[in-house]
Design a protein around this ligand. Structure first.
Ligand code: MN
Length: 486
């Protein structure tokens, strides 16, 4: 069971009674918070000596189920006793600057009360050591029963789940990147160092062998699963079954090698009848990452954002900016892909269709899911390699019901309004070097991606409703200098 550890600061100056009270309250707070949080917060220790704190942090580092520590100082807790432990910390770290009591009790308050309830004092000392050690940390302040505080802690926990997933992620590539494309390239050693990803390639020929070895029974079972989930809008049942065959083969190879994300390229479908469309879409619906044209960065990020979303398989999808609607006052981006958009973002039940696909070496018309994306606020995320460092670019968007039906467009589509508006948003995106491939998410927030980038120690650039090209250029200039110094 994945969990988080609650480590509470105090000291022995106030006597055993105060320490007992702190411990009891901390345990109560962890239990109460756990009822509202997506993961358990486990009270571990009230630190009064450096040895205790160092010990619990060492244990946190080596416990695979501990995804992060949450600290708080009920009383004053001299921070030099935290120094050795925090210096060793390898797990995500959140400082919850809270207080057991909501109000200052007018009649009750005396010096004993003040000595016990001095988080305002203790959390400042605790904050200093985090700043002094230049620790990557999340600071959340507010009353621990406040819904907004709980929600922010919940989101931070989801980020940590993404971090843990990222640090164990293996990506399976079939062939290389699409020829001549720059933005999908990147330093795989740097990616493994910073993000944990093991990115390796497997032969398309081995996948074809696996495809041909799939049994009719296996195909029938998955075909029936498709029928239970999707409408069928084609007579070409063989094409659907071939996608099932591809899905089973890709999934077997990924599972055998503990991979949770994959890439392929339409430039190498040697021995395959169709580019995986429905197959890739249904794999994404199960939480696997996917990147087309060999884009392993977007494949890994798709899997991570899905993991960070609701119930660890959220509404996040591999996406590509395709075309614009530039009519004044009604300006939208249209996103889609050749085939592969995850049905987790569909507004309604997707339908399976088959159409000719001119790009690539498709011997037969590939089956794919066609649907409209749902309306709602979201983000698009791009990860690019700047040479020496990774840059994550996040843009706020508002998806809308597509303003036209586009009856001849044979793929799933999402339409959105980019922030701050379409043209400034595009100017910002291009200035920052954002890719055409993104992960579009409805349930992962920009703040969560900022926390993720912070924990992973990669550059973060956010384009929101207040961003201007000038402010962004200034930020990028400073970032370039900062990252050169590191
Ligand atoms: Mn593409």
């Amino acid at each position: 069971m994945k969990e988080f550890w609650f480590v509470v600061g105090s000291q022995d100056l106030y006597g055993q009674e105060v320490l007992d009270t702190v411990a009891a309250r901390a345990a109560e707070m962890a239990d109460e918070l756990s009822k509202k949080l997506p993961y358990r917060l486990v009270y571990k220790v009230t630190g009064e000596k450096s040895d205790q704190i160092t010990k619990v942090i060492k244990e946190a580092n080596y416990d695979d189920n501990c995804l992060g520590i949450v600290t708080w100082c009920h009383t004053f807790s001299p921070s030099k006793m935290w120094l050795t432990g925090l210096h060793l910390l390898q797990k995500p770290y959140c400082h919850l600057a809270t207080q057991y009591n909501l109000e200052i009790p007018n009649e009750e308050i005396d010096m004993d009360f003040m000595n016990l309830n001095q988080a305002a004092h203790g959390d400042r000392e605790h904050g200093f050591i985090g700043a002094r050690l230049r620790l990557k940390r999340k600071v959340i302040a507010g009353y621990w029963k406040d819904d907004a505080v709980v929600e922010r802690l919940a989101e931070w926990m989801k980020v940590c789940v993404g971090v843990d997933f990222s640090r164990n992620l293996k990506v399976m590539r079939f062939n290389d990147n699409m020829r001549d494309v720059a933005v999908t390239e990147g330093d795989k050693v740097e990616a493994q160092k910073k993000l944990g990803w093991e990115v390796n390639s497997w032969a398309v020929g081995d996948l074809v062998k696996e495809i041909n070895a799939v049994t009719e029974e296996e195909v029938e079972e998955l075909y029936n699963e498709y029928l239970s989930k999707y409408d069928v809008n084609t007579d070409n049942i063989d094409a659907i079954k071939y996608q099932a065959r591809e899905e089973i083969a890709i999934k077997k190879m990924m599972d055998r090698n503990n991979c949770k994300a994959f890439t392929n390229t339409f430039q190498d479908l040697y021995g395959m009848e169709q580019l995986p469309g429905l197959a890739a879409q249904h794999l994404m619906a199960q939480g696997y990452g996917f990147g087309a044209e060999g884009d392993w960065k977007v494949s890994a990020m798709t899997a991570i954002l899905k993991k960070m979303g609701e119930n660890e398989n959220g509404a996040s999808a591999f996406m590509e900016d395709y075309t614009y609607h530039l009519v004044k006052g009604s300006e939208y981006s249209l996103g889609a892909h050749m085939l592969e958009v995850c049905p987790s973002v569909a507004a309604d039940k997707p339908r399976i269709e088959t159409h000719h696909l001119g790009i690539g070496m498709n011997a037969k018309d590939p089956a794919r899911l066609v649907f409209e994306g749902k309306a709602g606020k979201g983000i698009v995320v791009s990860l690019i390699d700047m040479g020496g460092r990774m840059r994550m670019i996040v843009q706020d968007i508002e998806a809308v019901k597509p303003i036209m039906t586009m009856p001849n467009l044979p793929v799933a589509r999402v339409m959105w309004r980019a922030m701050p508006d379409l043209t400034i948003g595009v100017e910002c995106w291009i200035t920052a070097g954002g890719a055409h491939h993104t992960v579009l998410s409805y349930d992962v927030t920009a703040e969560m991606m900022r926390d993720f980038a912070n924990i992973m120690d990669i550059e973060y650039v956010h384009i929101d409703k207040n961003t201007t090209v000038q402010s962004l250029e200034d930020k990028l200039l400073v970032n370039d200098l900062v990252w050169k110094l590191r």
